[in-house]
Design a binder for this molecule. Structure first.
Ligand SMILES: *Cc1c(COP(=O)(O)O)cnc(C)c1O
Length: 449
């Protein structure tokens, strides 16, 4: 008999099929990405790196050659080809001189970059977590914050980055890294302006594009590497629609990872390779790297640009539909895939209550702090939602309108209670909405299920 775990996987399939995934950092991978992730490549140890030579050749050519490598184990012939393919496709996708496809997650990717460039105690200037930055950008609960000295810039009243504050802090503090990146921000950053500031002080310019990498790959969001940034980190599982994992792209000279190069901006690709392995990780997950290669291949196809454009179009439609129903949105709308609703200001209750109520009707999103939020971390004033996953399922304008309508209905019902503990008493009012959500969700299949 199969392990009980498989029963739970079956139940999760049902949950994914019958509900609508509005968490902006989630997506549905293709059947081929799933197949690569579940493959026998997990059996192989391959610490080190494949050869980086001739990576500008076509996919086919590089996959047929056997090249010398920088590995610590034998039997690398196929794994080398796969990892080279992943590296080559990532470089092409993001206009990079080098790609490290081994980080197990976005958090690992960020820490490897800090470790590659900074000495303990060095300063890193990054976006305030409460203003949309990520935990890995200096939250005191992380290991990074114990090693490096993080300084935070924030957003202005209008929701955009406070570039004047960023410049003032950069010139006064002279950080080793200036980091542009966020998990709850709905504007297009001005990379050119930040690059000019960084160049004045010789800082490493790093962009953490974990959320919008798929939009960059699809050509509907600017690429920081085109504007003088040295490094771009990302996850591969959000808008990029690959397996759960991390990726580091860089500009500079690629050389053997066996020798420690001088710490210069030009040598950043090799400094990063050494910081990933052996600096912060052991053996790479080659089944995940294979799935990354498959996902990058999908992202290189013209259809992916249509997908990326549709994500943004859907987000804009959803934002407008919500605003027309009295929802107050941070930044007054969206320029990407993500929407931040000020629930407290719109309806007078907190984001956690709203998140739980929406979960009861099959709409999944998450409560999120808003800039200047005084409420406790578990009772933030806002919710964050986005369109990458529902766009993968093929939804469009009509569905966005329908979702906004359900969200308004649920908000009105929530006004009847004062605490999330009382939501249970509203179950009968939520039930018909839950049925409508299920009915619509089932019309749009989840890939790979
Ligand atoms: C999601 C995210 C990460 C972390 O990725 P994990 O794979 O969860 O470690 C890092 N930075 C940003 C901006 C993110 O949104």
């Amino acid at each position: 008999m199969k392990d009980y775990v498989f029963d739970l996987i079956e139940q999760e399939k049902v949950r994914q099929k019958e509900g609508l995934e509005l968490i902006p950092s989630e997506n549905y991978v293709s059947a081929e990405v799933l197949e690569a992730m579940g493959s026998i490549l997990t059996n192989k140890y391959s610490e080190g790196y494949p050869s980086f030579d001739d990576l500008d050749k076509s996919d086919k050519e590089i996959s047929e050659e056997i090249l010398p490598n920088y590995r610590y184990y034998g039997g690398q012939v196929n794994v080398d080809r796969i990892e080279r393919l992943a590296i080559y496709r990532a470089m092409k996708l993001f206009h990079a001189d080098h790609a490290n496809v081994q980080p197990h997650s976005g958090a690992n990717a960020n820490e490897a970059v800090y470790y590659a460039w900074c000495e303990p105690g060095d300063k890193i200037l990054a976006m305030n977590l409460a203003h949309g930055g990520h935990l890995t950008h200096g939250s005191p609960v992380t290991r990074s914050a114990h090693i490096w000295n993080f300084i935070a810039y924030g957003v202005r009243e209008d929701g955009d980055i406070d570039y004047d504050e960023l410049e003032r802090l950069a010139l006064a503090e002279k950080p080793k890294i200036i980091l542009v990146g966020y998990s709850a921000f709905m504007k297009i950053p001005d990379f050119e302006r930040v690059a000019k500031i960084g160049q004045k002080i010789g800082a490493l310019l790093m962009a953490d594009m974990a959320h919008v990498a798929g939009l960059i790959a699809g050509g509907v969001h600017p690429n920081p590497l085109d504007f003088g940034f040295h490094v771009m980190t990302t996850t591969t599982h959000k808008t990029l629609r690959g397996p759960r994992g991390g990726l580091i792209l860089s500009k500079g000279k690629v050389s053997s990872p066996l020798k420690k190069p001088e710490k210069t901006l030009e040598n950043i690709p090799t400094l990063i390779d050494r910081a990933v392995f052996p600096g912060t990780q052991g053996g790479p997950l080659e089944h995940i790297i294979a799935a990354k290669a498959v996902a990058f291949g999908e992202a290189l196809k013209p259809e992916f640009s249509d997908y990326a454009a549709k994500i943004v179009e859907n987000a804009k439609t959803l934002a407008e539909e919500l605003m027309s129903r009295g929802f107050i949105l941070q930044g007054g709308g969206t320029e990407n895939h993500l929407i931040l609703v000020n629930v407290e200001k719109s309806f007078g209750f907190n984001g956690k209550l709203y998140e739980k109520a929406l979960d009861m009707v099959g709409l999944t999103l998450n409560a999120n702090a808003l800039p200047g939020d005084k409420a406790a971390a578990f009772r933030p004033s806002g919710v964050r939602l986005g369109t990458p996953a529902i766009t993968t399922r093929g939804m469009g304008k009509d569905e966005m309108k329908q979702i906004a309508e359900w969200m308004e209905k649920v908000a009105k019902i929530c006004q009847e209670v004062s605490s999330e503990d009382d939501l249970g008493s509203l179950a009968t009012e939520f039930a018909p909405i839950r049925e409508e959500v299920r009915e619509m969700a089932l019309k749009f299949p989840v890939p790979g299920i």
